[in-house]
Design a protein around this ligand. Sequence first.
Ligand SMILES: [Fe+2]
Ligand SMILES: [Fe+2]
Length: 170
Amino acid sequence: MGKHAVQILKLDTDKLILMLNEALAEEWLAYYQYWIGARVMEGPMRSEVEPELLLHADEELAHAELVANRILQLVGTPLLNPNQWTKFSKCAYEEPIDSYVEAILNQNLKGERCAIQRYQDIAEFTNGKDHATYQMAVQIMNDELEHEEDIEAWLNDLARMKEDFAKLRM
Ligand SMILES: [Fe+2]
Ligand SMILES: [Fe+2]
């Protein structure tokens, strides 16, 4: 994007670039949360859930790319050092100390809900003022909504499995 195109945006571009850098940090941390969680995970449905979590991880990385490209178009600087990720991210990174599949999924669910809020905020900030960023935020938010649904479905399956198992033992 050229300088004029940035000037015509009817919003505070510094604030927008900050929000986008926060989102960039969150995407990288979400990527790693999925990637490492998928590897240490243990318990029922592991073999089914693991490749899906790795797919989510890839999608978070694709989001990071979209966000970084948009920052560059806005003549901003994407975060240059990974040690900035935890400082900029508003979504907590949670170490998967408990490797049980349900614990991992719950961590990922919290991350998705935080991501949905992030893109909701960016969409609200840019709506009617910066169409390109708005479109990107909605596109990414749709992926995050799907991720949330996927995780909720696995958690429901696990809960169901536990209930059936409890009944058998009665
Ligand atoms: Fe994402
Ligand atoms: Fe996601």
